[in-house]
Design a protein around this ligand. Structure first.
Ligand SMILES: Nc1nc2c(ncn2[C@@H]2O[C@H](COP(=O)(O)OP(=O)(O)OP(=O)(O)O)[C@@H](O)[C@H]2O)c(=O)[nH]1
Ligand SMILES: [Mg+2]
Length: 193
């Protein structure tokens, strides 16, 4: 069985674990005491790995999903990042600081990835009032040859599509993202902080 390694990086508290759990479990468990309340997650304290076998175009594929934590020295586990077939550079669309972090760190992260890795710039929490226009995310995505994808745990299909389509691109060795602006371009119209 072929394996696709998917790595999630980004600031704390942006929904990385929610993305992983929603995809792997197919749904998110509601709050234990109030079934109408949204699901809650404890902050992750260490890197975690999830596994799921997915049927991609008739082939069973093992997806290994690494939910990485930003360490105190400001780094991720670069060895895991280096082995990734797919990298989700993630921020929360309702948090400008998490977007600015990703905009500023994108080239550092990409520099640790292997040639040919598939990139997705993932904007989570689309069900909440947005503070970061999609245009900003799309520009950052183009700058690193990534696709921009907006997700919400209220819309599980956006999460499933994100994982399956990026894994498919990795398996096929191609990702038809339009040409970027170049690695050093910045999102001038979007500098809010
Ligand atoms: N409204 C909304 N809330 C979300 C969504 N995804 C995650 N959250 C909430 O955001 C908070 C953080 O989610 P996590 O998945 O723990 O985020 P994380 O990036 O793994 O956080 P750390 O492990 O602390 O780095 C939780 O309270 C989630 O319920 C979403 O799509 N919509
Ligand atoms: Mg987490």
């Amino acid at each position: 069985m072929r394996t696709v390694k998917i790595v999630l990086v980004g600031s704390k508290d942006i929904g990385k674990t929610a993305l992983c759990v929603a995809f792997v479990c197919g749904t998110l468990r509601k709050n234990d005491t109030d079934r109408t309340a949204p699901p809650t997650f404890n902050p992750s304290v260490e890197d975690a790995v999830y596994q799921k076998v997915a049927n991609i175009d008739g082939e069973l594929v093992l997806l290994r999903i690494f939910d990485l934590q930003l360490k105190e020295n400001g780094a991720f586990d670069w060895e895991i990042v280096r082995q990734a077939d797919v990298v989700f550079l993630t921020y929360a669309s309702n948090s400008i600081s998490t977007y600015v972090y990703m905009r500023n760190q994108r080239n550092v992260i990409v520099s640790h990835c292997r040639p040919g890795a598939v990139f997705r710039l993932v904007a989570t929490r689309q069900d909440e009032p947005s503070q970061v226009p999609h245009a900003c995310g799309e520009r950052v995505a183009r700058a690193i040859g990534a696709r921009f994808v907006a997700t919400s745990y209220e819309s599980p299909s956006t999460i499933t599509d994100l994982f399956i389509q990026s894994a498919r691109a990795a398996l096929q060795g191609e990702d038809d993202v339009e040409e970027g602006f170049g690695m050093l371009s910045v999102c001038n119209v979007c500098i809010i902080m």
